[in-house]
Design a protein around this ligand. Structure first.
Ligand code: PLP
Length: 412
């Protein structure tokens, strides 16, 4: 097999550096992967594969960082989007599709009695915290350490341009630490507007953790008792655990839920849904953006969720993801390497147990990338309905070679 090269990616990155600060920003920056060992620019996608600007093919386990859930270029969704776009996408007014999508989510999601739409996850997580503040008249928002709710200053993990005051009302406790949570509630009683959490703990650079027994029960009952708004951030896990919200998978009831990523198979849309008690305050918040009302992504969202239902997408992704998780575990064992495989099968993550610096993961993923399998060394992966058993078999062959390279370099 011809070794992969990234010449055109590197050339484009140099050009980008002249006109775009940092060349590429955010989590697409090459520094978040392994510079020089991964492509930097994509050219096209089909099913569970994409091709980079050097013309090389990859089985993709990042799925655009989550959105691609049915597969790139999925014909049914493409058809729906093209039909809407032919009529016009962006108008002076909103369209009937917005009402249809809101009705659809209200009938689908049990806690949803209304729905509002944005473009990105950060739009709706911030909006959900504003609702909590408007509803309670309180300022503080509790979140979990290392959880990501977006790039807005109150929760951004970055530093640039953020001042102390931005985070002055954000309180932090550790995942599964019910005592820590109750202490915060006690200490700041009367000041807390909302709690925002992901359905399970999926930080970057760390194992993923499920809620321990009774964890969500304590969070929910405390929020109810103290009149704190419980916000579920389902932006990353949404539609890969349960179609009606990941709270159904873990058995709890938040007051509002934010969705984005996989909602429309890559078309730009996010949503915040909530209980009736929050409807009035939701309508008082000035929430808008130039493209929030575009029609095609709304149609794509309905079509995507309907298709996931029709093909039993959740169970399929669990089956395929489990095959990958089990296969990687067995391969690692056969090479006498210790790995930790966490997360649900549809959103898996693997790291090497005997390191904190991820250098084995970086080598492992680089070796996979140059053989046409795109895995991230620091961030969880995503399974789509387009991955087949055959793709997993090919991936495991590549992983075998990558584990061998890790063994050769590090010994254990
Ligand atoms: C759990 C979670 N919340 C919020 C966000 C922010 O979404 P966006 O990047 O679309 O603003 C993300 C993005 O990765 C996320 O994973």
């Amino acid at each position: 097999m011809k070794a992969y090269k990234f010449d055109r990616s590197i050339e484009l990155f140099k050009r980008a550096g002249n006109v775009i600060p940092g060349g590429i920003y955010g989590q697409r920056h090459p520094g978040f992967m392994v510079p020089g060992h991964f492509p930097y620019f994509a050219a096209r996608g089909e099913g569970c594969r994409f091709w980079d600007v050097d013309g090389q093919e990859y089985i993709d386990y990042m799925c655009g960082f989550g959105p691609i859930i049915l597969g790139y270029n999925y014909p049914k969704i493409k058809e729906v989007v093209n039909k809407e776009k032919a009529l016009g996408d962006c108008f002076d007014l909103s369209t009937e599709k917005m009402v249809e999508l809101a009705e659809y989510l209200v009938s689908l999601v049990s806690v949803a009695e209304w729905a509002v739409f944005g473009k990105n996850g950060s739009d709706v997580t911030t909006y959900a915290t504003q609702i909590a503040r408007e509803h309670t008249g309180k300022k503080k928002i509790i979140m979990v350490q290392s959880e990501y709710h977006g790039s807005h200053p109150w929760c951004s993990p970055g530093y640039g341009g953020i001042i102390e005051e931005d985070k002055a009302n954000t309180l932090i406790f550790k995942w599964n630490d019910t005592e820590g949570f109750l202490e915060l509630v006690d200490k700041y009683r009367g000041e807390i507007a909302g709690v925002i959490m992901t359905p399970y703990h999926h930080p970057v650079y760390a194992d993923h953790e499920f809620p321990k027994d009774g964890f969500w029960e304590i969070i929910q009952s405390t929020c109810n008792k103290e009149s704190i708004v419980l916000i579920l951030d389902d932006i990353r896990a949404g539609f890969r655990l349960h179609l009606r919200g990941s709270n159904e998978y873990f058995g709890f009831k938040p007051d509002s839920i934010t969705f984005c990523k996989a909602m429309a198979n890559g078309h730009p849309i996010s949503a915040c849904v909530g209980r009736d008690e929050l409807r009035k305050v939701a309508s008082r918040i000035f929430f808008t953006g130039t493209f929030y009302f575009s029609r095609a992504p709304m149609a794509a969202a309905i079509a995507t969720i309907e298709e996931l239902k029709a093909i039993d997408g959740i169970n399929y992704m669990f089956k395929i993801g489990k095959m990958l998780q089990d296969g990687l575990g067995q391969l690692a064992e056969s090479h006498n390497l210790k790995v930790s495989i966490t997360g649900p099968p549809s959103i898996p993550f693997m790291r090497f147990k005997n390191e904190d610096n991820f250098i084995r993961s970086q080598l492992f993923c680089s070796e996979c990338a140059k053989r046409g399998v795109f895995l991230h060394p620091h961030h969880n992966w995503f399974i789509s309905c387009a991955h087949t058993e055959d793709d997993i078999k090919k991936t495991l062959e590549v992983a075998d070679a990558a584990f061998r390279a890790v063994k050769r370099k590090f010994g254990k």
